[in-house]
Design a protein around this ligand. Sequence first.
Ligand SMILES: NC(=O)c1ccc[n+]([C@@H]2O[C@H](COP(=O)([O-])OP(=O)(O)OC[C@H]3O[C@@H](n4cnc5c(N)ncnc54)[C@H](OP(=O)(O)O)[C@@H]3O)[C@@H](O)[C@H]2O)c1
Length: 348
Amino acid sequence: MYKVKVSIVGASGYTGGELLRLLLFHPFVEVKQVTSESYTGKFVHKVHPNLRKTTQMKFVSASELETCDLVFLCLPHNSSQNKIDHYKSLAPKIIDLSADFRLNDSSEYEKWYGHKHAHPELLKEFVYGIPELYREEMKTANYISSAGCNATASILGLYPLFKAGLVEEDRTVIEVKAGSSEGGNKVNDGSHHPERSGVVRSYMPTKHRHTAEMHQELSFGKNIHIHFSATAIDIVRGLLATCHVFLKNDLQEKEIWKVYRDAYGSEPFIRIVKENDGIYRYPEPKLLSGTNYCDIGFKKDEFSNRLVVVSAIDNLMKGAAGQALQAFNIMYGFDERAGLEFPGLHPI
Ligand SMILES: NC(=O)c1ccc[n+]([C@@H]2O[C@H](COP(=O)([O-])OP(=O)(O)OC[C@H]3O[C@@H](n4cnc5c(N)ncnc54)[C@H](OP(=O)(O)O)[C@@H]3O)[C@@H](O)[C@H]2O)c1
């Protein structure tokens, strides 16, 4: 059987390494080239030690890239958009994991990212990369822009409620607690171990860029307001989004269950986690390490119309590489779960 030939640009980074880990075991994929400017000529396992004995590949410079079927771009924001014509000339299909093509409206880049978009005319060519929202579009897409990790957990948690018009439009409050790998592999003052270890650090109480994606995907043509804050906590992988929404009508929990079951009952990577007892009653990111699941739970406040929705993912998997591979599988008509069936570890 023909194997799809893919290359990964920015493969020395955390999302690139995670993608490589998955693709090396994918039954219908051949990884052709992996790029790094910092480690050109070095074995992949020098940077990703978990891949020892898994591959003997070496990094090449992006200038040595050859044509292939699809390129995954795992670069920092504002890198892909400046060289997109070059990547398009290398492959007919692209999956970009950065934020460069996530927003439909180019003026949103000025507002949230502080710069003009280099190719606003291309934004409409990219399908926003959450498969549960855009599966049909992905089947015929050439270009996919993977969603942000905080945005993925928040959007998936709230999508059924906003779609059904069940919550007040102007007061949604979301707090994400995030692990350190969200920041990528570059060191900075905040990532230095004595400064990062043990923290509960409110690093982005307002103005987080992922808020733009949440507005884009949850508005359904209405004027909504999402108030989003992000806090860094002492884990490496994973994030938990706690979303506070206010119900327009006095729905019972069993009616809310039905809304989620109808939306996600047949989704392979979404699990409704809500139990009456035990220590894992609600979603817990620790259990999702290395998996492509998004676990969603909820609890209605019995003293008000507040509904608390809790959504957990592994930021490098469902929030990045796993979700990108899920989209890839849909693009090529493969089983959506191919290469993604790891159930996680317990205890961990
Ligand atoms: N980390 C997450 O949880 C997560 C989740 C979803 C989406 N994303 C997005 O995915 C993209 C990659 O994230 P990541 O966490 O994998 O980042 P990362 O660990 O910092 O890796 C990015 C890689 O890109 C290469 N690179 C090329 N040009 C660069 C430049 N101008 N400055 C710095 N590095 C450059 C670097 O490799 P060489 O120097 O070796 O070439 C680096 O290893 C980002 O746009 C990020 O926002 C990340």
